[in-house]
Design a protein around this ligand. Structure first.
Ligand code: CU
Length: 458
Protein backbone atom coordinates (compact mmCIF):
# COMPACT_ATOMS: atom_id res chain seq x y z
CA UNK A 1 0.00 0.00 0.00
CA UNK A 2 2.85 2.38 0.71
CA UNK A 3 4.82 1.13 -2.26
CA UNK A 4 3.52 4.06 -4.22
CA UNK A 5 4.78 6.37 -1.55
CA UNK A 6 8.29 4.93 -1.65
CA UNK A 7 8.33 5.14 -5.41
CA UNK A 8 7.09 8.70 -5.30
CA UNK A 9 9.90 9.58 -2.96
CA UNK A 10 12.30 8.22 -5.57
CA UNK A 11 10.53 10.15 -8.30
CA UNK A 12 10.43 13.19 -6.07
CA UNK A 13 14.12 13.83 -6.57
CA UNK A 14 13.50 14.06 -10.29
CA UNK A 15 10.20 15.83 -10.25
CA UNK A 16 10.32 17.90 -7.11
CA UNK A 17 7.02 16.29 -6.26
CA UNK A 18 8.29 15.09 -2.92
CA UNK A 19 9.40 18.54 -1.84
CA UNK A 20 6.12 20.03 -2.92
CA UNK A 21 4.28 17.29 -1.15
CA UNK A 22 6.08 18.06 2.09
CA UNK A 23 5.63 21.81 1.67
CA UNK A 24 1.96 21.33 1.07
CA UNK A 25 1.59 19.06 4.05
CA UNK A 26 2.88 21.90 6.18
CA UNK A 27 0.35 24.18 4.53
CA UNK A 28 -2.48 21.80 5.23
CA UNK A 29 -1.41 21.46 8.85
CA UNK A 30 -0.97 25.17 9.46
CA UNK A 31 -3.72 26.59 7.35
CA UNK A 32 -6.67 24.76 8.80
CA UNK A 33 -8.87 27.81 9.13
CA UNK A 34 -9.71 29.90 12.13
CA UNK A 35 -12.41 29.36 14.70
CA UNK A 36 -15.41 31.59 14.97
CA UNK A 37 -15.15 34.74 17.02
CA UNK A 38 -16.11 34.09 20.60
CA UNK A 39 -19.26 35.56 22.01
CA UNK A 40 -18.89 39.01 23.51
CA UNK A 41 -20.26 39.13 27.01
CA UNK A 42 -21.44 42.38 28.40
CA UNK A 43 -21.73 43.79 31.88
CA UNK A 44 -25.20 44.77 32.89
CA UNK A 45 -25.30 47.82 35.16
CA UNK A 46 -28.50 47.02 37.00
CA UNK A 47 -30.84 44.17 36.23
CA UNK A 48 -34.31 45.53 35.30
CA UNK A 49 -37.50 43.74 36.29
CA UNK A 50 -38.17 40.59 34.33
CA UNK A 51 -40.54 40.97 31.44
CA UNK A 52 -41.81 38.94 28.49
CA UNK A 53 -42.28 39.77 24.84
CA UNK A 54 -44.26 37.69 22.36
CA UNK A 55 -43.31 37.71 18.67
CA UNK A 56 -44.05 35.71 15.53
CA UNK A 57 -41.10 34.42 13.55
CA UNK A 58 -41.25 33.02 10.03
CA UNK A 59 -38.73 30.42 8.86
CA UNK A 60 -38.53 30.56 5.06
CA UNK A 61 -36.22 28.81 2.66
CA UNK A 62 -32.95 30.33 3.78
CA UNK A 63 -34.29 33.41 5.56
CA UNK A 64 -35.74 34.27 8.95
CA UNK A 65 -38.30 37.05 9.35
CA UNK A 66 -37.81 39.37 11.19
CA UNK A 67 -34.05 39.60 10.69
CA UNK A 68 -33.59 41.27 14.08
CA UNK A 69 -35.59 42.26 17.12
CA UNK A 70 -34.85 44.56 20.05
CA UNK A 71 -35.87 43.72 23.62
CA UNK A 72 -35.30 45.22 27.07
CA UNK A 73 -32.78 43.52 29.30
CA UNK A 74 -34.08 40.57 31.32
CA UNK A 75 -36.76 39.84 28.72
CA UNK A 76 -38.00 36.35 28.02
CA UNK A 77 -38.80 36.12 24.34
CA UNK A 78 -41.91 34.02 23.62
CA UNK A 79 -41.69 33.09 19.98
CA UNK A 80 -44.32 31.52 17.77
CA UNK A 81 -42.25 29.94 15.02
CA UNK A 82 -43.78 28.91 11.71
CA UNK A 83 -41.98 27.15 8.87
CA UNK A 84 -43.38 28.70 5.68
CA UNK A 85 -40.69 27.16 3.46
CA UNK A 86 -40.55 23.97 1.42
CA UNK A 87 -37.88 22.18 3.47
CA UNK A 88 -37.44 21.52 7.23
CA UNK A 89 -35.99 24.24 9.47
CA UNK A 90 -35.61 25.04 13.16
CA UNK A 91 -34.91 28.04 15.37
CA UNK A 92 -32.17 27.57 17.96
CA UNK A 93 -30.08 29.34 20.56
CA UNK A 94 -27.43 26.76 21.32
CA UNK A 95 -29.35 23.64 22.28
CA UNK A 96 -32.55 25.54 23.16
CA UNK A 97 -35.27 26.06 20.61
CA UNK A 98 -37.75 24.31 18.38
CA UNK A 99 -37.58 20.80 17.07
CA UNK A 100 -36.98 20.35 13.34
CA UNK A 101 -40.17 21.81 11.87
CA UNK A 102 -41.58 20.38 8.68
CA UNK A 103 -43.04 22.78 6.13
CA UNK A 104 -46.24 24.32 7.53
CA UNK A 105 -45.51 23.34 11.16
CA UNK A 106 -45.68 25.80 14.06
CA UNK A 107 -44.11 25.62 17.52
CA UNK A 108 -44.04 28.02 20.48
CA UNK A 109 -40.71 28.35 22.25
CA UNK A 110 -39.13 30.60 24.90
CA UNK A 111 -35.67 32.13 24.92
CA UNK A 112 -34.30 33.89 27.97
CA UNK A 113 -34.43 35.81 30.16
CA UNK A 114 -31.97 37.60 27.88
CA UNK A 115 -29.42 40.02 29.27
CA UNK A 116 -27.11 40.30 26.28
CA UNK A 117 -27.28 40.29 22.51
CA UNK A 118 -27.74 36.83 21.03
CA UNK A 119 -28.21 35.32 17.62
CA UNK A 120 -30.93 32.78 16.91
CA UNK A 121 -30.45 30.54 13.90
CA UNK A 122 -31.54 27.49 11.95
CA UNK A 123 -28.93 24.84 12.69
CA UNK A 124 -29.68 22.63 9.68
CA UNK A 125 -26.23 22.42 8.09
CA UNK A 126 -25.60 25.33 5.75
CA UNK A 127 -28.78 27.22 6.51
CA UNK A 128 -27.37 29.74 9.00
CA UNK A 129 -24.43 30.47 6.73
CA UNK A 130 -26.90 31.02 3.89
CA UNK A 131 -28.73 33.68 5.90
CA UNK A 132 -30.99 31.92 8.41
CA UNK A 133 -30.00 33.99 11.44
CA UNK A 134 -31.87 36.47 13.59
CA UNK A 135 -30.21 38.99 15.91
CA UNK A 136 -31.82 39.72 19.26
CA UNK A 137 -30.52 43.05 20.55
CA UNK A 138 -30.89 43.74 24.24
CA UNK A 139 -31.41 47.49 24.47
CA UNK A 140 -32.18 49.25 27.73
CA UNK A 141 -30.24 48.63 30.90
CA UNK A 142 -27.24 47.22 29.19
CA UNK A 143 -24.12 48.59 27.60
CA UNK A 144 -24.00 48.42 23.86
CA UNK A 145 -21.49 46.08 22.45
CA UNK A 146 -19.28 47.19 19.60
CA UNK A 147 -18.34 43.63 18.77
CA UNK A 148 -19.81 41.84 15.80
CA UNK A 149 -22.63 39.52 16.80
CA UNK A 150 -21.38 36.16 17.93
CA UNK A 151 -21.70 33.54 15.28
CA UNK A 152 -22.15 29.85 15.79
CA UNK A 153 -22.16 29.22 12.06
CA UNK A 154 -18.54 28.28 11.58
CA UNK A 155 -18.09 24.74 12.73
CA UNK A 156 -14.54 25.43 13.89
CA UNK A 157 -11.30 24.69 12.16
CA UNK A 158 -12.45 21.37 10.77
CA UNK A 159 -10.80 17.98 10.68
CA UNK A 160 -7.12 18.03 9.78
CA UNK A 161 -5.87 15.89 6.91
CA UNK A 162 -2.47 14.29 7.42
CA UNK A 163 -0.98 13.93 3.94
CA UNK A 164 1.54 11.38 5.20
CA UNK A 165 -1.07 9.07 6.75
CA UNK A 166 -1.98 5.80 5.07
CA UNK A 167 -5.42 4.19 4.93
CA UNK A 168 -6.41 1.46 7.37
CA UNK A 169 -6.43 -2.26 6.48
CA UNK A 170 -10.13 -2.28 5.58
CA UNK A 171 -9.90 0.66 3.22
CA UNK A 172 -10.87 -0.07 -0.36
CA UNK A 173 -10.23 2.31 -3.21
CA UNK A 174 -13.01 3.42 -5.45
CA UNK A 175 -12.47 1.67 -8.78
CA UNK A 176 -11.46 4.20 -11.44
CA UNK A 177 -12.41 1.84 -14.29
CA UNK A 178 -15.18 3.17 -16.50
CA UNK A 179 -18.14 0.85 -16.98
CA UNK A 180 -18.63 -0.04 -20.65
CA UNK A 181 -21.53 1.49 -22.55
CA UNK A 182 -24.76 -0.49 -22.01
CA UNK A 183 -26.36 -1.68 -25.25
CA UNK A 184 -29.86 -0.84 -23.99
CA UNK A 185 -31.35 2.40 -25.28
CA UNK A 186 -33.59 3.04 -22.27
CA UNK A 187 -32.01 3.34 -18.83
CA UNK A 188 -34.24 3.21 -15.76
CA UNK A 189 -32.08 4.12 -12.79
CA UNK A 190 -32.98 4.59 -9.12
CA UNK A 191 -31.04 7.23 -7.24
CA UNK A 192 -31.18 7.96 -3.52
CA UNK A 193 -30.20 11.27 -1.99
CA UNK A 194 -28.93 10.93 1.55
CA UNK A 195 -26.42 12.10 4.11
CA UNK A 196 -23.71 9.48 4.62
CA UNK A 197 -20.59 9.44 6.80
CA UNK A 198 -17.65 8.41 4.61
CA UNK A 199 -13.87 8.55 4.86
CA UNK A 200 -12.30 11.19 2.60
CA UNK A 201 -8.69 10.82 3.74
CA UNK A 202 -6.94 8.37 6.10
CA UNK A 203 -8.78 8.64 9.43
CA UNK A 204 -10.86 11.63 8.30
CA UNK A 205 -14.59 10.99 8.13
CA UNK A 206 -17.12 13.56 6.96
CA UNK A 207 -20.88 13.55 6.64
CA UNK A 208 -21.00 13.79 2.87
CA UNK A 209 -24.25 14.47 1.05
CA UNK A 210 -24.50 11.69 -1.43
CA UNK A 211 -26.23 10.04 -4.36
CA UNK A 212 -26.47 6.30 -3.64
CA UNK A 213 -24.26 6.64 -0.57
CA UNK A 214 -21.15 7.71 -2.44
CA UNK A 215 -19.35 10.94 -3.28
CA UNK A 216 -18.94 11.29 -6.23
CA UNK A 217 -22.25 9.62 -7.12
CA UNK A 218 -22.38 6.62 -9.47
CA UNK A 219 -20.88 6.94 -12.96
CA UNK A 220 -23.64 6.75 -15.56
CA UNK A 221 -23.27 6.06 -19.25
CA UNK A 222 -25.27 5.90 -22.46
CA UNK A 223 -25.39 6.93 -26.11
CA UNK A 224 -26.84 9.81 -28.08
CA UNK A 225 -30.53 9.10 -28.57
CA UNK A 226 -30.87 7.00 -25.39
CA UNK A 227 -33.66 7.69 -22.91
CA UNK A 228 -32.78 8.04 -19.24
CA UNK A 229 -35.50 7.71 -16.64
CA UNK A 230 -34.23 8.45 -13.16
CA UNK A 231 -36.30 8.04 -10.03
CA UNK A 232 -34.73 10.17 -7.32
CA UNK A 233 -35.85 9.51 -3.75
CA UNK A 234 -34.81 11.74 -0.89
CA UNK A 235 -33.90 9.41 1.98
CA UNK A 236 -32.05 12.14 3.88
CA UNK A 237 -33.00 14.71 6.49
CA UNK A 238 -32.27 17.75 4.30
CA UNK A 239 -33.90 18.89 1.07
CA UNK A 240 -32.11 17.62 -2.06
CA UNK A 241 -32.54 17.71 -5.83
CA UNK A 242 -30.75 16.71 -9.03
CA UNK A 243 -29.67 18.57 -12.13
CA UNK A 244 -28.29 16.58 -15.07
CA UNK A 245 -26.21 18.75 -17.36
CA UNK A 246 -26.76 16.09 -20.03
CA UNK A 247 -30.46 17.00 -20.22
CA UNK A 248 -32.64 19.75 -21.61
CA UNK A 249 -35.52 20.03 -19.14
CA UNK A 250 -37.27 22.75 -17.16
CA UNK A 251 -35.35 23.75 -14.04
CA UNK A 252 -38.48 24.39 -11.97
CA UNK A 253 -39.96 20.95 -12.77
CA UNK A 254 -37.36 18.16 -12.84
CA UNK A 255 -34.78 20.01 -10.75
CA UNK A 256 -37.14 20.91 -7.91
CA UNK A 257 -36.09 20.26 -4.33
CA UNK A 258 -37.49 17.14 -2.70
CA UNK A 259 -38.43 17.17 0.96
CA UNK A 260 -37.27 14.16 2.98
CA UNK A 261 -39.27 11.11 1.85
CA UNK A 262 -40.35 12.54 -1.50
CA UNK A 263 -39.52 11.16 -4.96
CA UNK A 264 -39.55 12.46 -8.49
CA UNK A 265 -39.04 11.04 -11.96
CA UNK A 266 -36.53 12.88 -14.12
CA UNK A 267 -36.73 11.70 -17.72
CA UNK A 268 -34.78 12.95 -20.69
CA UNK A 269 -33.40 11.94 -24.06
CA UNK A 270 -29.63 12.29 -24.39
CA UNK A 271 -29.39 14.65 -27.37
CA UNK A 272 -25.71 15.61 -27.09
CA UNK A 273 -22.52 13.70 -26.42
CA UNK A 274 -19.86 14.45 -23.84
CA UNK A 275 -19.03 13.88 -20.21
CA UNK A 276 -21.49 15.89 -18.16
CA UNK A 277 -21.81 16.75 -14.51
CA UNK A 278 -24.89 16.01 -12.47
CA UNK A 279 -25.40 17.54 -9.05
CA UNK A 280 -27.82 18.56 -6.34
CA UNK A 281 -28.93 22.13 -6.91
CA UNK A 282 -30.72 22.74 -3.62
CA UNK A 283 -29.77 26.01 -1.94
CA UNK A 284 -27.13 26.69 -0.96
CA UNK A 285 -25.92 24.74 -4.02
CA UNK A 286 -22.32 25.54 -3.09
CA UNK A 287 -22.79 23.53 0.11
CA UNK A 288 -24.54 20.60 -1.57
CA UNK A 289 -21.95 20.35 -4.36
CA UNK A 290 -19.04 21.15 -2.06
CA UNK A 291 -20.21 18.39 0.24
CA UNK A 292 -20.26 15.62 -2.35
CA UNK A 293 -23.55 15.73 -4.29
CA UNK A 294 -22.18 15.39 -7.80
CA UNK A 295 -21.27 12.77 -10.35
CA UNK A 296 -20.51 12.12 -14.00
CA UNK A 297 -22.79 10.98 -16.79
CA UNK A 298 -21.14 10.08 -20.07
CA UNK A 299 -22.93 10.17 -23.40
CA UNK A 300 -20.53 8.54 -25.85
CA UNK A 301 -19.55 10.51 -28.92
CA UNK A 302 -20.64 8.39 -31.92
CA UNK A 303 -17.85 6.22 -33.28
CA UNK A 304 -15.78 6.19 -30.09
CA UNK A 305 -12.89 3.80 -30.84
CA UNK A 306 -12.21 0.79 -28.63
CA UNK A 307 -9.25 1.02 -26.25
CA UNK A 308 -7.61 -1.42 -23.84
CA UNK A 309 -9.36 0.12 -20.85
CA UNK A 310 -11.17 3.33 -19.89
CA UNK A 311 -10.79 5.20 -16.61
CA UNK A 312 -12.78 7.96 -14.93
CA UNK A 313 -11.38 10.69 -12.71
CA UNK A 314 -13.77 13.12 -11.08
CA UNK A 315 -11.83 15.96 -9.48
CA UNK A 316 -13.34 17.86 -6.57
CA UNK A 317 -12.38 19.84 -3.49
CA UNK A 318 -12.89 18.92 0.16
CA UNK A 319 -13.63 21.57 2.77
CA UNK A 320 -13.51 19.72 6.07
CA UNK A 321 -15.92 20.25 8.91
CA UNK A 322 -15.31 18.54 12.25
CA UNK A 323 -14.87 14.74 12.10
CA UNK A 324 -18.10 13.08 11.03
CA UNK A 325 -19.77 16.42 10.28
CA UNK A 326 -20.67 18.12 6.98
CA UNK A 327 -18.13 20.25 5.13
CA UNK A 328 -17.61 23.87 6.14
CA UNK A 329 -19.67 26.29 4.02
CA UNK A 330 -17.60 29.26 5.17
CA UNK A 331 -14.47 27.62 3.74
CA UNK A 332 -16.40 26.85 0.53
CA UNK A 333 -17.46 30.48 0.24
CA UNK A 334 -13.84 31.54 0.67
CA UNK A 335 -12.56 28.86 -1.77
CA UNK A 336 -10.32 27.69 1.09
CA UNK A 337 -10.22 23.97 0.36
CA UNK A 338 -8.34 21.51 2.54
CA UNK A 339 -7.91 19.01 -0.29
CA UNK A 340 -8.33 18.42 -4.02
CA UNK A 341 -9.05 14.78 -4.78
CA UNK A 342 -9.77 12.34 -7.59
CA UNK A 343 -12.88 10.20 -7.08
CA UNK A 344 -13.45 11.44 -3.55
CA UNK A 345 -10.37 10.33 -1.60
CA UNK A 346 -7.07 12.00 -0.74
CA UNK A 347 -4.19 10.59 -2.85
CA UNK A 348 -6.44 7.62 -3.60
CA UNK A 349 -4.40 6.08 -6.43
CA UNK A 350 -1.12 6.83 -4.72
CA UNK A 351 -2.27 4.52 -1.92
CA UNK A 352 -3.45 2.02 -4.54
CA UNK A 353 -1.80 2.56 -7.94
CA UNK A 354 -3.77 1.73 -11.08
CA UNK A 355 -2.26 -1.20 -12.97
CA UNK A 356 -1.92 -0.87 -16.73
CA UNK A 357 0.41 -2.36 -19.34
CA UNK A 358 3.00 -0.66 -21.52
CA UNK A 359 2.24 -0.10 -25.20
CA UNK A 360 -1.52 -0.39 -24.80
CA UNK A 361 -3.96 2.40 -25.50
CA UNK A 362 -5.98 3.86 -22.63
CA UNK A 363 -8.66 6.52 -22.31
CA UNK A 364 -9.13 8.64 -19.18
CA UNK A 365 -12.38 10.55 -18.80
CA UNK A 366 -12.07 13.57 -16.54
CA UNK A 367 -14.76 15.72 -14.96
CA UNK A 368 -14.01 18.77 -12.87
CA UNK A 369 -16.86 18.81 -10.35
CA UNK A 370 -15.37 21.72 -8.42
CA UNK A 371 -17.29 23.36 -6.90
CA UNK A 372 -14.67 26.07 -7.38
CA UNK A 373 -11.22 24.83 -8.45
CA UNK A 374 -10.05 24.14 -11.99
CA UNK A 375 -8.15 21.11 -13.24
CA UNK A 376 -5.12 20.78 -15.48
CA UNK A 377 -5.17 17.00 -15.85
CA UNK A 378 -1.74 15.62 -16.66
CA UNK A 379 -0.05 12.23 -16.56
CA UNK A 380 3.69 12.50 -15.93
CA UNK A 381 5.75 10.55 -18.45
CA UNK A 382 3.32 10.33 -21.32
CA UNK A 383 1.80 12.56 -24.00
CA UNK A 384 -1.85 12.59 -24.96
CA UNK A 385 -2.37 12.02 -28.69
CA UNK A 386 -6.14 12.43 -28.46
CA UNK A 387 -8.02 15.08 -26.54
CA UNK A 388 -11.74 15.66 -26.34
CA UNK A 389 -13.30 18.43 -24.29
CA UNK A 390 -16.82 19.79 -23.93
CA UNK A 391 -18.29 17.92 -26.88
CA UNK A 392 -15.44 18.20 -29.40
CA UNK A 393 -12.05 16.76 -30.29
CA UNK A 394 -9.19 19.23 -30.06
CA UNK A 395 -6.61 16.63 -31.05
CA UNK A 396 -6.65 13.30 -32.89
CA UNK A 397 -3.76 11.21 -34.17
CA UNK A 398 -2.53 12.47 -37.55
CA UNK A 399 0.59 12.89 -39.68
CA UNK A 400 1.15 16.21 -37.90
CA UNK A 401 2.04 14.20 -34.77
CA UNK A 402 0.41 16.70 -32.44
CA UNK A 403 0.70 16.05 -28.71
CA UNK A 404 -1.16 17.46 -25.72
CA UNK A 405 0.14 17.67 -22.16
CA UNK A 406 -2.81 18.75 -20.04
CA UNK A 407 -6.59 18.72 -20.28
CA UNK A 408 -7.75 22.06 -18.88
CA UNK A 409 -11.16 22.09 -17.25
CA UNK A 410 -13.15 24.66 -15.30
CA UNK A 411 -15.78 23.51 -12.79
CA UNK A 412 -18.56 21.56 -14.57
CA UNK A 413 -16.44 20.85 -17.63
CA UNK A 414 -15.27 17.47 -18.80
CA UNK A 415 -13.47 15.57 -21.48
CA UNK A 416 -11.15 12.66 -22.14
CA UNK A 417 -7.58 11.98 -23.18
CA UNK A 418 -5.97 8.92 -24.79
CA UNK A 419 -2.43 7.76 -24.25
CA UNK A 420 -0.04 4.85 -23.93
CA UNK A 421 3.11 4.26 -21.89
CA UNK A 422 6.32 3.42 -23.77
CA UNK A 423 8.11 1.73 -20.86
CA UNK A 424 7.49 -0.30 -17.72
CA UNK A 425 7.30 2.04 -14.74
CA UNK A 426 5.29 4.48 -12.68
CA UNK A 427 3.43 7.45 -14.13
CA UNK A 428 2.01 10.05 -11.70
CA UNK A 429 -1.53 11.32 -12.25
CA UNK A 430 -1.90 14.96 -11.23
CA UNK A 431 -3.58 18.24 -11.84
CA UNK A 432 -0.67 20.36 -13.00
CA UNK A 433 -1.92 23.19 -10.81
CA UNK A 434 0.80 21.93 -8.53
CA UNK A 435 -0.31 23.50 -5.28
CA UNK A 436 -3.07 20.89 -5.34
CA UNK A 437 -0.76 17.92 -5.90
CA UNK A 438 0.32 18.02 -2.26
CA UNK A 439 -3.29 18.44 -1.21
CA UNK A 440 -4.48 15.05 -2.39
CA UNK A 441 -4.56 15.29 -6.20
CA UNK A 442 -1.87 12.69 -6.75
CA UNK A 443 -2.14 9.14 -8.06
CA UNK A 444 -0.09 6.63 -10.02
CA UNK A 445 -0.44 4.48 -13.08
CA UNK A 446 1.77 1.44 -12.79
CA UNK A 447 2.67 0.12 -16.25
CA UNK A 448 3.81 -3.49 -16.05
CA UNK A 449 5.60 -5.16 -13.15
CA UNK A 450 7.71 -2.52 -11.47
CA UNK A 451 10.53 -3.73 -9.21
CA UNK A 452 10.03 -2.52 -5.64
CA UNK A 453 6.27 -2.22 -5.84
CA UNK A 454 4.17 -4.83 -4.14
CA UNK A 455 1.83 -5.34 -7.06
CA UNK A 456 -0.66 -2.65 -7.86
CA UNK A 457 -4.26 -3.71 -8.03
CA UNK A 458 -5.38 -4.55 -11.55
CU1 CU B 1 -28.48 18.14 -1.78
Amino acid sequence: MDSGYKMMAAFGSILGVGALLIASVALVKDGGGGGSPSAETKTVAATPAPTTKAIDVELGDLFIKPKSVEVASNTTLEVTVKNTGQIPHNLKLGTTGTKLLNPGDTEKVKFGPLTKDVQLLCDVPGHAAAGMTMDVKVAAGSEHSTAAPATTVAAGPGAKIDAAATPGPNWKRREPIMPSTPSATTHRIALEANETVVEVAPGVTQEMWTFNGQAPGPVLRGKVGDTFEFTLTNKGKLGHSIDFHASKVAWNVEMRTLKPGESLVYKFEAKHSGIFMYHCGTAPALHHIGNGMFGAIIIDPPGLPAVEKEFIFVQSEIYTGPLGQPGDLTKMTNEAWDAVVFNGYFNQYLHSPIRIEPNKRYRAWVLDAGPSENSSFHVVGTIFDTMYKEGAYSLRPSDAKGGAQALDLQPAQGGFVEFSMDAVGLYPIVTHKFANVGKGALGLFQAGDVPGTSGAAH
